[in-house]
Ligand binder design. Structure first.
Ligand SMILES: C[S@@+](CC[C@H](N)C(=O)[O-])C[C@H]1O[C@@H](n2cnc3c(N)ncnc32)[C@H](O)[C@@H]1O
Length: 220
């Protein structure tokens, strides 16, 4: 088996995608580990990660070794672990989540990964987070929170933390917003984004994730 680089820090064997493991020998969510040319790689499962599904649909996270990331909806760190692999020790991820239960797992992960800082907070409270994070210049904002006002949360955080021209990706879950026609809901949310962002690409994540739209945009 041979791996080819398909983006900064992301590799493919032609069918599956991988990141180089920052913590050799350690799995994060039961993913497969493989060796290639003396290095260890972790399979990025598109059924477990919306960014992983996005890769299969042609959206690549715009990050590299050394990037600073604000991640809203960190959960137990499944997706964050792959971003942590890509940005390596020079980069930084602030992983925000409102749930103390998932934060426990994220804290454990951060003990192995020095580029990850877990942050227990409601992503609606940008006034609070701003006090703590005002010194950091973020290169990329990612959000995956299952809330009715998820687009508003994203817009508010982008306004607070992202400079003009910087990239951001949001995973929008239709069922958190309403029970109506999911395509219609997702189109409406995309239109809300267009007020403050240039939408570069938007993809539905089927068959990997049901009724989700992943939107890659740039701050106006
Ligand atoms: C679908 S999970 C995220 C999965 C994660 N992005 C991954 O791929 O590994 C959604 C997360 O959003 C968090 N969440 C929901 N509302 C939030 C809020 N207002 N602020 C911060 N986190 C929130 C939940 O606690 C949950 O952990």
């Amino acid at each position: 088996m041979k791996l080819n680089k398909i983006a900064d820090g992301i590799y493919s064997d032609g069918r599956k995608n991988y990141t180089e493991n920052l913590v050799k020998g350690k799995k994060v969510y039961g993913e497969r580990l493989i060796s290639f040319k003396g290095k260890e790689f972790r399979e990025w499962n598109p059924f477990r990660s919306k960014l992983g599904a996005g890769l299969k649909k042609g959206i690549f996270p715009p990050i590299k070794n050394g990037s600073n990331i604000l991640y809203l909806g960190a959960a137990e760190g499944t997706t964050i672990s792959h971003l942590s692999d890509i940005i390596k020790e020079n980069g930084l991820i602030i992983g925000i989540d409102v749930s103390a239960r998932v934060m426990h797992k994220l804290v454990e992960l951060s003990e192995e990964r020095s580029n990850l800082i877990p942050y227990l907070e409601d992503a609606n409270n940008t006034e609070e987070t701003k006090k703590e994070l005002k010194e950091i210049k973020f290169d990329f904002l990612f959000q995956d929170v299952s809330q009715k006002n998820q687009t508003e949360i994203f817009l508010n955080n982008a306004k607070t933390f992202l400079e003009k021209g910087k990239p951001a990706i949001i995973s929008i879950k239709a069922r958190s917003i309403s029970q109506k026609n999911s395509k219609k809901i997702l189109e409406e949310e995309k239109r809300k984004l267009e007020k403050e962002f240039i939408v570069k690409k938007a993809v539905f994540l089927e068959p990997f994730q049901k009724e989700h739209l992943l939107v890659y945009c740039e701050k106006k």
